[in-house]
Design a protein around this ligand. Structure first.
Ligand code: ATP
Length: 299
């Protein structure tokens, strides 16, 4: 096999509840992940060493050295399997960078799947999940896809049942937000830094997902990082309000932001919102998508 292509989705958190700061510096989370149809494609070709190149709208923002998460994933896989194979990785990037949609994690998950196949390792999904958890909190979900409840720092996943398809419009901002700085701002804004408070999954939200009810889901969307993202980037409030006024069923900052996610009625509503938003809000681009979609998949 000389080349493998893996498609991997972005995610939006339909619930992101941030609990106490742990001694290891992470927060305990209740994180309901939902995979949506904005995809990066990662191509892996046989090579003597591990390299990466990036194409697409967001390419200039992605490092192409050893700090690239896809390179780290390929190296971790080779080490785990005890092989010294190489791969030239090419990432075709559509997921916004530092946008709160787990783009780097997605590429790491895709690289694990692509190199496992390219190198003929045949490692089972459980091994890839373990490697994924070591690479980052969101990487296991990028492998898994669908809709899932994440506990711990987000990496302990339980698949959630859903019905039908949810439709979304995403508004991408100019410039990213660093996830650690948003968590730090969240701690700063909380009078008592969340000690003793243990988040739980929202029963109404789980029912809305199970029933395929976008109106109920729109009312239940929640993100504890949103006040911190708005504090660091006040213009996001304008974007959220514009989406609400244009009839979104729910409007939320995606993860640590600055991408804003709007849950809508159907694909036509998503397209209308995507067209109208740029005239009313300070955004770089919009995209329509639907979810849930599968995780990292070989094409
Ligand atoms: P999350 O939602 O998981 O918090 P994010 O979507 O906000 O993450 P990413 O797109 O993963 O953020 O990017 C975070 C940083 O990771 C970027 O600023 C970039 O420098 C670095 N990075 C390393 N590898 C990649 C990659 N393959 N794709 C995107 N960013 C990468």
């Amino acid at each position: 096999m000389s080349s493998v292509t893996v498609r991997v989705p972005a995610k939006v958190n339909v619930q992101l509840s941030v609990g106490p700061l742990r001694e290891d510096g992470y927060h305990d989370l209740v994180n309901v992940f939902h995979a949506v149809s904005i995809f990066d494609d990662v191509v892996a070709r046989e090579s003597d060493s591990i390299t990466v190149a990036v194409t697409g709208d967001w390419a200039d923002l992605v490092p192409v050295d050893d700090t690239n998460l896809a390179v780290q994933a390929a190296r971790a896989l080779a080490k785990h399997a005890g092989v010294c194979y190489g791969a030239d990785l090419v990432i075709h990037k559509a997921i916004p960078v530092a946008g709160g949609m787990a783009g780097g994690s997605a590429d790491a998950a895709a690289a694990l799947v692509a190199c496992n196949e390219l190198w003929g390792l045949g490692l089972p999904a459980e091994d890839l999940m373990r490697l994924a958890a070591d690479l980052g909190s969101d990487v296991p979900f990028s492998l898994m896809g669908g809709t899932a409840l994440g506990a711990g720092r987000g990496e302990l996943l339980t698949e959630l049942p859903t019905t039908g398809t949810f439709h979304w419009t995403f508004a991408m901002a100019d410039g990213g937000l660093s996830t650690p700085s948003v968590y730090a701002e969240c701690d700063r804004l909380r009078a008592t830094p969340s000690r003793g408070f243990w988040p739980e999954a929202d029963a109404g939200l789980l029912a809305a997902l199970r029933d395929g009810d976008p109106h109920a889901l729109g009312r239940c969307l929640s993100n504890d990082l949103q006040p911190a993202a708005l504090s660091l980037r006040p213009a996001l409030a304008v974007t959220l309000e514009a989406g609400r006024r244009l009839g979104a069923l729910g409007a939320i900052v995606s993860g640590s932001g600055p991408t804003c996610a709007f849950l809508v009625e159907d694909a036509a509503h998503a397209a209308r919102l995507a067209q109208a938003l740029p005239e009313r809000a300070p955004i770089r681009a919009t995209a329509t998508a639907h979810g849930p979609t599968p995780g990292a998949t070989i094409l």
